[in-house]
Ligand binder design. Structure first.
Ligand SMILES: [Zn+2]
Length: 72
């Protein structure tokens, strides 16, 4: 039986910010402010919850280990 575990990943749409500039500005108290839009992909959280099975989790962990420099 394959179990699934939740994995938190950074939202690619907003790069983990939860929002992104729309390219528009709006005046507020005599100054222009950058208009921000809530990221719809992650609902403004900046992270996504992905369900992966243990096989995928092992593969992800190995990929992360490969990225880390060897501990001295
Ligand atoms: Zn997002």
């Amino acid at each position: 039986m394959i179990q699934q575990v939740p994995v938190k990943t950074t939202c690619n749409a907003c790069h983990g910010q939860g929002y992104f500039p729309t390219g528009q500005t709006y005046p507020y108290q005599g100054r222009e402010h950058i208009q921000l839009a809530c990221c719809s992909a992650c609902d403004g959280k900046g992270t996504l919850l992905e369900w992966v099975d243990l096989y995928d989790l092992t593969r992800l962990l190995k990929a992360i280990q490969a990225e880390q420099p060897q501990a001295a």
